[in-house]
Design a protein around this ligand. Sequence first.
Ligand code: NDP
Length: 291
Amino acid sequence: MATLIDGKKVAEEVLAECAQEIAELKEQGITPGLAVVLVGEDPASQVYVNSKARKCAELGIHSEKIVLSKEATQAEVLETVKRLNTDPAIHGILVQSPPPPQINEEEIVRAIDPAKDVDGFHPENVAKLALEDASGFVPCTPAGCMRLIKAAGVETSGAEAVVVGRSMIVGKPMALLLMARGSDATVTVAHSRTRDLAEVCRRADILVAAVGIPEFIRADFVKKGATVIDVGINRVEDATAKRGYRLCGDVAYDEVAEKAGSITPVPGGVGPMTIAMLMKNTIKAARAAKA
Ligand code: NDP
């Protein structure tokens, strides 16, 4: 049976580091500030935005939640971002995804000052990640996955890593982090056009699932003893659950846990790490703004 990689516990360690760093910054008269812009009323987005604001409050990070109507125009969102770019109390800005269809998300991301782009989605930060320039911001979810892999004591150097998914927010940056000098994994990125996916996945010493399909990764995709990182957060209907649904990952947890060496659960795996790394990035932005 696999060892559980406890994301909640590792996230608490990261947050304890954050608390220490915030105390140091406050001694210098700096309070890190994060602005979260929400366009529309997507219920899942509201949950995410509220939990980010709550975490900021717990840590003593100044936070602003800016809610624009679901009819907001591109110009209004851009205006909001521009205002936040020049606000000295705000060090980090993120616009919660997905925005309503009239909004061009790419243009919004490009409008964010790269020095405040704590999501790490601005092309300048994407380039810095590819260049292994540590001054950039790394997207929070893959950064959290790397921290979990390290916390689990898994050797990445020379390891075969397979990342299933090539999105700009998870799969692609995850692959870059695994292959970067210092991590030194041999990385394969799989996606919907990959042939013989199960066979490709079975090569992996480290298997990262970021697919967005509930329980997609089955036991026969997994090499015995592999480390399995499940990024997926899926709502599946469940009449026995209070809310009428339950959360599950992209990995069929029960059967994969029988075979893997270590595995992250959902919930309580990658999810708590994402928010912890966002706090880290906000602190990094505040520190860089001071310098
Ligand atoms: P995307 O939908 O942007 O990307 C999914 C990727 O999976 C794509 O590259 C797609 O391939 C690939 N894929 C889809 N179907 C298959 C298939 N049948 N076989 C192989 N590959 C396939 O999703 P995200 O990267 O944004 O998110 C992935 C998951 O992670 C979701 O469940 C999401 O909810 C979760 N998530 C969790 C976070 C957290 O904090 N824990 C944060 C962000 C996301 P192709 O490119 O060819 O279409």
